[in-house]
Design a protein around this ligand. Sequence first.
Ligand SMILES: NC(=O)c1ccc[n+]([C@@H]2O[C@H](COP(=O)([O-])OP(=O)(O)OC[C@H]3O[C@@H](n4cnc5c(N)ncnc54)[C@H](OP(=O)(O)O)[C@@H]3O)[C@@H](O)[C@H]2O)c1
Length: 346
Amino acid sequence: MEVTNKYIVIKNHIEDAPKESHFEVKTEPFALSLDPGSDDVIVKNLYISIDPYLINRMKIYSASHKAISFATPLTSGEAIDAIVIGKVVTSGNAKFEKDDLVLGVFTWAEYSVVKEQSIIKKLETSQFPLTYHLGVLGFSGLSAYAGFFEICKPQKGEKVFVSAASGSVGNIVGQYAKLMGCYVVGCAGSQKKVALLKEKLGFDDAFNYKEETDLNSTLKRYFPDGIDIYFDNVGGKMLEAAVANMKAFGRVSVCGVISEYTDVGKRASPDMMDVVYKRITIRGFLAADFLNVFAEFSAKTLDYLRNGQLEVIEDKSFGVESIPSAFVGLFNGDNVGKKVVVLAEE
Ligand SMILES: NC(=O)c1ccc[n+]([C@@H]2O[C@H](COP(=O)([O-])OP(=O)(O)OC[C@H]3O[C@@H](n4cnc5c(N)ncnc54)[C@H](OP(=O)(O)O)[C@@H]3O)[C@@H](O)[C@H]2O)c1
């Protein structure tokens, strides 16, 4: 049987802020059967994870390209690979059967042909929606868990600052920090997001960074005695201001620097005298470095979910055509929580 498959490509490399016009929806005939002897798997994609790091793969050059297989450069005109949850339509591989739910590195497309090594795991249906495996139970959750617990080694009562705090990773970091007994302040780009952090997610305080003219004094206002832990999702001026406000032996976990992804002229230059004399640790990380704690992260996070101790914030768009606007929206602050594009509901 043959269907028509829609997929998304970039027309050219993208060096600054992405626009919908940088993308194109392509259509091609797609066979739902495999050649005899093929060990490929054909997957109907259900839920597509929309993640900021892909912008770095869309550039001609990025420090990310050689870091990890997830981050290799994308080629214009070719389907874009990303984390996706799908359902097996046809399998030439004995490990997978028709109707299996699978999570892996597939494509921004309605259907993908997948090699075994691209499938990360089979998913069982559970009491929680499948989309949680893209966010709170997936790489966003692992990033939050590893970046906060493994890198920052938090202690009860410590003062924690989180940027992009209403985003997919940030909202989970803030909630973990509250569960740990820390004092937590988040920043986000609108009053609505600030209200969400304080009223629904239990942050002790929050502010809209877009309304602040002097981030250094803003952070002094929220942390008069200094910051113990800064979980950085944005880099740039916020990282500089956070370092200026860190306490002695403060820890900065650099998860991402989204404010720098779309502006080659913008690079944080924190005061290194502060780093030396306050003995601050600044450490970047990739979630994939912490697969060794995945089982622990997953067990603890499932417990929190079952006990109703963790709010899950998802932001959904529908249909393959909505992928470019969903992606562009990450850089404009359109999303609240984990951004997912739903192609078909399970
Ligand atoms: N190290 C890893 O393994 C790993 C894994 C996952 C994610 N990350 C990184 O972690 C960060 C957060 O990722 P996410 O998946 O949770 O995305 P996200 O926060 O759900 O979405 C991006 C958010 O970033 C904020 N933002 C966009 N442009 C900004 C700018 N110029 N300045 C300040 N804030 C800006 C926006 O919120 P506002 O409305 O608040 O501006 C937007 O909603 C990103 O830097 C990402 O690359 C790293």
